[in-house]
Design a protein around this ligand. Structure first.
Ligand code: ATP
Ligand code: MG
Length: 480
């Protein structure tokens, strides 16, 4: 398939655009110090180029000016004396003069510099050229006009003014136009043109380029390296700060999540506490109703059964046996109420250690039930932890009572100790397997619920493990 020229051009354009976009994305995503070094290098390159251009232009100007005065002096000193008035009138040079002019361009040191001499008439026709007459008549050009007014004009052969030979144009000679011969009135009648080799000019320009490049490189490379290091350390600092900001943001998010969790937990605990309070009130109410109120009802019945004594008056005759029964009933009521209230408050735990609290709970249980509990363990904890004491006491009391009540014949064991700044207490009953809970709808089961709630309030955890030969209850309580 043959691509048309416009299609090929369009393909090239798309490729260029793709390369440009790729480079732009690369630079945009590059690190700060890489961006800096790229841009700074571009600026230094541009600076190098501008400085080089400026220096070479200045040198070229100076050299051309020098060449102008040398050329004018050369023409006036060596060429002008050779041309006689006769030559001007006949508009041609005698062979002797031509030979002399050719000699001037020969092997002499000056001749090495000067390549050609042309002599122009004011009408832009060539009076004489050492390279042979190539043109007869030209348009009057600007440089010639200026030379005719007495000015020395310097230019280069690659800027076209009149017809040049291929060699003249290619060698890019420096050309100097200067007034050569004036008439008596001072009017310029012949203009000399002088072609000089540009070698020394080109050498100077190349040298200037080289030294400008060297100077700019010598100054800018260390400066760029230093700046690069500064920018790189700044960029690293920014990176470190980014990382720190990200870490603290993550931390803040974690904290906010934790806060939310805690808030939900607190809300749940509050609701649970409300429900539990209701249950406890229920329990106290039913304990009072089923115990003391029943007995007091009995006492009231007995009292109302009492009749006034036969003798009349305000006295009541009560048999001794009746009083004894009443006294027993009142004692039972008092005991029950005392039991209920002793279950609510525990002032004796305030000033004892955790170790003593555990031992006290076990001792009381043994006193009440007659069960012996095998204890093993030791704790060395600061004694001033009244609330923790109550929590531990209630936990042990409930666990032991449960074992006594729900697994009567089992051997009871208690182990405790510290592990990684946490108190661990394990209560087990060993013997027959736990029975399925008896259906007793009138009784609210509060024990384990209360246990869990108390332990959770201290940041701890309870686990009940039902095994084939009994039940194991473990609590882990952090000390902080
Ligand atoms: N050591 C144990 N062995 C066997 N079953 C147990 C044991 N501990 C608890 N249970 C079972 O778990 C149930 C819940 O116990 P929980 O202590 O909450 O209630 P409760 O003892 O019946 O009543 P209370 O509110 O007076 O404590 C018990 O009814 C019982 O069936
Ligand atoms: Mg219980």
């Amino acid at each position: 398939m043959v691509l048309t020229q416009s299609e090929a051009k369009r393909g090239m354009q798309t490729r260029l655009v793709a390369v440009w976009q790729w480079a732009r994305d690369k630079v945009r995503n590059a690190r700060l110090e890489v961006k800096f070094i790229l841009i700074a290098s571009l600026i230094v390159l541009a600076l190098m180029f501008v400085l080089g251009l400026w220096t070479t232009k200045s040198i070229e100007k100076a050299i051309m000016k020098g060449a102008g005065s040398v050329g004018a002096a050369y023409l006036q000193t060596f060429v002008e004396p050779l041309i006689s008035e006769e030559d001007i009138r006949t508009k041609s040079l005698s062979p002797e003069v031509k030979a002399k002019l050719d000699q001037l361009l020969g092997d002499s040191p000056l001749g090495q510099h000067v390549r050609e001499i042309k002599i122009w008439n004011p009408d832009a026709s060539l009076f004489y050229s050492t390279a042979g007459r190539k043109v007869d008549r030209e348009q009057v050009f600007d440089e010639l006009k200026r030379a005719l007014t007495g000015e020395v004009v310097v230019s280069r052969t690659m800027i076209s003014k009149h017809a040049y030979s291929g060699e003249e144009r290619h060698a890019e000679y420096i050309e100097v136009y200067a007034p050569l011969v004036r008439d008596n009135a001072g009017k310029v009648v012949l203009v000399g043109e002088f072609y000089e080799r540009p070698d020394y000019l080109l050498a100077e320009i190349a040298g200037a380029w080289r030294s400008t490049l060297m100077i700019v490189l010598l100054v800018s490379v260390p400066m760029l390296a230093l700046l690069y290091m500064i920018v790189r350390s700044g960029s690293r600092l920014i990176d470190d700060q980014h990382t720190a900001i990200r870490a603290s943001l993550r931390h803040a998010l974690e904290l906010s999540n934790q806060n939310r969790r805690l808030r939900l937990e607190a809300e749940r605990a509050r609701q649970e506490a409300g429900k539990l309070n209701e249950k406890i009130l229920d329990q106290i109410g039913s304990d009072l109703h089923d115990g003391p109120i029943q007995v007091l009802t009995l006492v009231k019945l007995r009292l109302s059964d009492m009749k006034p004594s036969l003798g009349g008056g305000d006295t009541v005759a009560v048999p001794v046996e009746g009083i004894g029964k009443l006294l027993r009933l009142v004692t039972v009521v008092l005991d029950e109420i005392r039991n209920i209230s002793s279950g609510l408050v525990l002032p004796e735990l305030d000033n004892i250690s955790l170790n003593e609290t555990i031992l006290l709970a076990v001792r009381r249980h043994t006193d009440l039930t007659g069960n012996r509990v095998a204890i093993k363990g030791a704790l060395d904890v600061d004694p001033s932890r009244g609330h923790l004491n109550i929590c531990v006491y209630r936990f042990i009391q409930e666990a032991l009572i449960n074992a006594h009540r729900h697994a009567p014949g089992n051997v009871q064991q208690l182990r405790y100790g510290m592990r990684r700044n946490r108190i661990v207490i394990a209560i087990a009953d060993i013997g027959s397997p736990p029975k399925a809970p008896a259906l007793a709808p009138q009784r609210i089961r509060l024990g384990k619920l209360m246990q869990k709630r108390r332990i959770r309030a201290f940041g701890g955890k309870v686990r009940t493990i039902r095994r084939s030969n009994g039940t194991l209850v473990i609590v882990v309580l952090p000390l902080e």
